[in-house]
Design a protein. Structure first.
Length: 312
């Protein structure tokens, strides 16, 4: 996934369940044999990138940290702990400090926040209303397979079974990702609010999200309507974003150029476009559309960037 990027580590070891141990896989470090996960074996490493369930992370990350390993965890187990940094290196690299457990944010947050941050620094975020268009890969490899199986079944028979998603996804969309909360939002939606506040250090940021699963494969798209504390123009926003790390302005609507999942897939930068003055908030308001690979900036790339900060 990150084959053309310099990896920051001198040696790479891969660990998985006993079921996968012994299998081989290609990596930027050559062919690697997967080892069975044990605390003793992983404790031989300086940095552990965990892509496991929250329960697994809660059990094993503290044990690894106690053995001197710096753990970068991709689950939501530690994201809201006051003593654990939640990090997007373009935004809050200093939060890493000498922490032994560092949380990697939810994909939807990372893809949005990396674009919001330069605008916040210049104009001050006040209110943000987000709608997401999230790819099947957000539900893991099973989600991607289910989308493909459902698409075939739909074309062949006109109906499809669903297991991973709440409903069939092809020719459809599902405004439901993760569990509903008492306030009517889903957990996926609240993650964007909670995590954005923590990462950008704006505890009272008013941010509301509607998260929607759509039948795309790999990149998430998000529309954001933003009210700023200070006046803003689309040209000023475009100029700032053009110089900002982690984002690429893709914004020439007359030429049919705007962010799209197909183009953002496999790219490290989050694409930002459709930048316009928002009609509701007037000269203090902007509207924009972002699109980012949820397996890269939304997950693995951000984790590797955190490792680079740790090693710096
Ligand atoms: N929670 C996200 C989704 C995946 O379901 O799309 C984040 O990696």
């Amino acid at each position: 996934m990150l084959h053309d990027r310099a990896f920051p580590l001198s040696e790479l070891r891969l660990f998985a369940s006993a079921r996968s141990a012994g299998k081989t896989t290609e990596t930027p470090y050559g062919t690697k044999t997967i080892e069975a996960f044990t605390v003793d074996a992983v404790a031989e490493c300086d940095i552990a990138l965990l892509a496991v369930s929250g329960d697994f992370a809660k059990e094993f990350a503290p044990q690894l940290a106690a053995r001197g390993v710096t753990v970068i965890d991709n689950s939501s187990a530690f994201r809201y702990d006051d003593d654990k940094p939640l990090v997007i290196p373009e935004i809050n690299p200093d939060a890493v400090g000498d922490a032994r457990i560092i949380a990697n944010p939810n994909c939807t947050t990372a893809i949005l926040a990396v674009a919001l941050w330069p605008l916040h620094k210049a104009f001050g975020l006040k209110k943000v209303i987000v709608s997401t268009y999230q790819a099947a890969s957000g539900a893991g490899a099973e989600g991607m397979s289910e989308l493909e199986d459902q698409a075939r079944a739909y074309l062949d028979t006109g109906k499809a079974d669903n297991k991973v998603f709440a409903h069939p996804l092809p020719f459809n969309l599902i405004p439901h990702i993760d569990a509903f909360q008492d306030n009517g939002y889903t957990k996926e939606e609240m993650k964007v609010t909670w995590e954005s506040r923590k990462i950008m250090g704006i505890p009272d940021l008013a941010l509301s999200c509607t998260a929607v699963r759509i039948p795309t494969s790999r990149a998430h798209a998000e529309s954001a309507v933003i009210e700023f504390a200070r006046p803003v123009t689309p040209d000023a926003a475009r100029a700032l974003l053009a110089d900002a790390p982690g984002v690429k302005v893709v914004d020439d609507p007359a030429a049919k150029v705007y962010p799209m999942p197909l183009n953002a897939s496999g790219k490290y930068d989050v694409e930002v476009g459709r930048i316009r003055q928002n009609l509701v908030f007037g000269d203090h308001g902007l509207e924009l559309f972002v699109c980012g690979d949820q397996l890269l900036k939304g997950a693995a790339l951000n984790a590797v960037q955190i490792a680079e900060v740790v090693l710096d």
